[in-house]
Design a protein around this ligand. Structure first.
Ligand SMILES: Nc1ncnc2c1ncn2[C@@H]1O[C@H](COP(=O)(O)OP(=O)(O)O)[C@@H](O)[C@H]1O
Ligand SMILES: [Mg+2]
Length: 525
């Protein structure tokens, strides 16, 4: 829908309106898709400049004549292919107007009208006819004469020019409407993205990366396909698997998880597929496997990268044929299980080394979810810290504690090799150690986090440099920037010198000054 009010306030549009009024003495008004006038022209207190239209507005059936013109013209225009701007004949003989369609994405949105005028060939005889019609409609003759007298006589050039301007008004409206709808779309998209999505099932996180994962999970919630989850340890792979299950049509059946790396081949075989009595020593009775127990539900195979090639063949068979053999049995069983697998290993690399079967990979890799490490979504840290603090304190029967600002800074600066699991453990530890203190202070942090503070990046140092000796602080900043830079550039000094905007020679001098040479570093370690 076009916001006509806003449109007529547009600078370009109001400018064009003024030009049209001034040069041709016409009125410019708009109609919507229902052919209703959306400008103020027909409102009682709106003063129409053009005398002819003004008396028409004031006379008894004037509105109806205008409306009739609008309807007739618009219908004609819509029926006509192409040619968006048309000159039309009004209800009063010889009187004309222009109409220009407003179209956006092939949709008709309204019309711009310019009214009234006559052509150059308008004779005294024609004028009489027009006046007569006005009088017939109840206008006093003198007034009718004056109004007709004032009608702009347009030359062929004027007509062309006027037509261009009307077209331009319509064009400006189209362009502005496009801008507005794009903006609204963007806002809508942003809102739905940013929305309330701080969590999905039991996953916490509001970073863009997590939002993308939530969106993907939402999309696949009703699908039956296998899901392949990749991510470092502690990034929440199992949480994702649970979220997939509990939001799927299988949610009322079992979700079972098995860590494939925790079993040797034979044990995993019997764990997954079950065994019959006497299948091996110790198999004193039939045992159901996870495939049977998870029937109708979901089976989460964690650390799939740690399975043997022969186990991979068996898994492939279940996925392809939907059947499996319990250990020691000869009659296959039917499986009705959705499979979700996860690994922190690089399966592509394993395939290249012949350690993982390609056919199984392609079978499980229908939907691929890559969980980002925590260091790549640091904006989630405060949220996770709050979440775990609340959880752990509640479990310990304590009021929720606060993390001091300094502590939070350490949490931010730390690299979290163990990801969310490590962060959770750290908080659990802090909750215990802080006893009845309400605020958690940095002395309690585990040495890993404290050490990392010495190893801090430039941003952490900036905070310290806000007081104290300037020269020392600058040197410290320089030292840290060079040290970090060297690591980043893999000790390529030419590259780093370029990045830092100093000469290679000067970088080498500084590296010596701060004893940041790789050789020395290695010796020190
Ligand atoms: N996004 C998250 N929100 C809340 N807790 C998380 C999140 N990601 C991981 N965790 C928690 O971290 C721990 C490790 O998660 P898990 O799913 O076992 O990781 P993975 O299987 O990738 O090693 C669990 O206690 C889990 O609850
Ligand atoms: Mg796990």
């Amino acid at each position: 829908m076009i916001k006509w009010k806003e449109m007529s306030e547009l600078h370009a549009v109001s400018k064009l309106e003024k030009i049209l009024k001034k040069w041709f003495g016409v009125e410019v008004f708009y109609t919507d898709i229902h052919y209703k006038i959306r400008s103020d022209h027909m409102q009682a207190n709106y003063e129409i400049k053009n005398h002819f239209m003004k008396i028409q507005k004031e006379m008894k059936f004037g509105h109806e004549y205008i409306e009739q013109d609008i309807e007739k013209t618009t219908e004609m225009m819509i029926a006509k292919e192409g040619g968006h701007t048309t000159m039309y004949d009004a209800f009063f003989p010889h009187v004309k107007g222009f109409a220009s369609k407003v179209v956006f994405e092939n949709e008709y949105l309204g019309t711009v009208f310019v009214y009234p005028f006559v052509t150059e060939s308008f004779t005294a005889e024609n004028a009489k006819e027009t006046t007569k019609k006005l009088v017939e409609c109840g206008v006093i003759e003198a007034e009718a004469l004056a109004a007709v007298e004032q009608l702009k006589k347009m030359s062929i050039n004027d007509i062309e020019y006027c037509k261009e301007l009307v077209k331009l008004v319509a064009y400006e409206i189209e362009t502005f409407h496009e801008e507005i709808s794009k903006r609204e779309e963007r806002i809508l998209a942003l809102n739905s993205e940013l929305g309330e999505k701080y969590r999905y099932h039991s996953m916490i996180g509001k970073s863009k990366k997590m939002q993308q994962i939530y969106n993907l999970l939402e999309k696949i919630s009703s699908s039956e396909s296998s899901v392949f989850i990749q991510g470092e340890n502690g990034t929440g792979k199992e949480l994702v698997a649970k979220a997939v299950h509990y939001y799927s049509p299988r949610k009322d059946n079992m979700f079972l998880a098995v860590n494939c790396s925790a079993f040797n081949d034979n044990l995993l075989d019997s764990e997954l597929f079950g065994h019959v009595k006497g299948a091996f020593t110790g198999a004193v009775k039939d045992k159901k496997g996870l495939f049977e127990m998870a029937h109708g539900g979901t089976l989460f195979l964690d650390e799939i990268g740690d399975t043997s090639l022969s186990m991979q063949v068996k898994l492939l068979r279940v996925l392809q044929e939907g059947t499996y053999l319990p250990v020691g049995s000869t009659s296959p069983k039917k499986a009705d299980v959705r499979i979700i697998v996860a690994t922190n290993r690089n399966l592509k690399e394993m395939m290249a080394n012949g350690e993982f079967r390609e056919d199984l990979f392609y079978r499980i890799n229908v939907i691929n979810i890559h969980l980002p490490p925590l260091r790549d979504r640091k904006e989630d840290i405060p949220l996770l810290v709050d979440h775990f603090l609340e959880k752990r304190c509640a479990e310990a029967g304590l009021p929720t504690k606060l993390m001091s600002k300094k502590c939070m800074e350490r949490f931010f600066d730390f690299n979290w090799p163990g990801n969310v699991r490590e962060l959770e453990n750290e908080i659990e530890r802090l909750v215990v150690l802080s006893g009845h203190e309400k605020t958690i202070t940095p002395e309690l942090l585990s040495s890993r986090l404290l050490e990392s503070a010495e190893d801090k990046g430039p941003s952490a140092n900036m905070a310290i440099t806000s007081s104290g000796n300037l020269k020392r602080a600058m040197e410290e900043l320089e030292r840290v920037m060079i040290r970090e830079g060297l690591r980043r550039c893999n000790y390529n000094k030419s590259q780093l010198a370029k990045e830092l905007g100093i000469s290679r020679a000067s970088l080498i001098m500084k590296v010596e000054k701060y004893e940041l040479d790789k050789r020395k570093k290695v010796e020190n370690e």
